[in-house]
Design a protein around this ligand. Structure first.
Ligand code: IMP
Ligand code: MG
Length: 175
């Protein structure tokens, strides 16, 4: 069992950071069309908010890749369960995840998509647990850096719970 411990980022803090990231992305890709690839399930809220703040023509795609089981420890393997349908050759692609932890998921997806010949390929993450990095992966846009602590809410889960919370919080696990 788990319960909410502390709210790290409330709705206002998240919204402010998402707008900031969207402004920077809109500026950098001005005059271009962007393919946003939302990494399911965790990035669903972040991608939905981010795309609404972008002043660019956007194609939205979804991929489901899991490197986590139902717990808090990485299983290290990344399996693609659901793939995108758009041909990204010659397109500007931005991978969207809410959190980067070991970097394995993003690294694996960057490699996969770079083989398709996109015009450019970058990543955005709202949260970065930089101290946990195992694979160095370039993250062009990042919101907040957080310490080595497991968080839930704003799309992120613990055993599939808490994804719907509008804020980001730490949890206390009890046996
Ligand atoms: P990575 O491959 O280790 O970088 O893991 C990235 C994925 O693990 C994210 O897309 C999340 O789904 C999940 N994840 C990593 N840290 C957390 C966390 O603190 N809470 C919930 N999910 C997490
Ligand atoms: Mg998870």
């Amino acid at each position: 069992m788990a319960e909410i411990q502390e709210i790290l980022f409330d709705e206002q803090a998240i919204a402010g950071k998402v707008r900031e990231l969207a402004e920077q992305i809109s500026h950098d890709y001005a005059g271009k069309e962007l393919v946003l690839i939302c990494i399911l399930k965790g990035a669903v809220m972040f991608a939905a908010d981010l795309m609404r703040s972008l002043s660019l023509p956007v194609i939205v795609e979804f991929i489901q890749a899991t490197s986590y089981g139902n717990g808090t420890i990485s299983s290290r393997a990344v399996a693609v369960k659901k793939d995108i349908h758009t041909d990204i050759k010659g397109k500007h692609v931005l991978l969207v995840d809410t959190i980067i932890d070991t970097g394995e998921t993003m690294d694996c997806l960057m490699k996969k998509f770079s083989e398709k010949g996109p015009a450019s390929l970058k990543a955005v993450a709202l949260l970065d647990k930089k101290c946990r990095r195992i694979v160095e992966v370039p993250v062009a846009y990042r919101g907040f850096e957080i310490p080595d602590t497991f968080v839930v809410g704003y799309g992120m889960d613990h055993a599939e719970q808490y994804r719907n919370l509008p804020y980001i919080a730490t949890i206390k696990t009890t046996a």
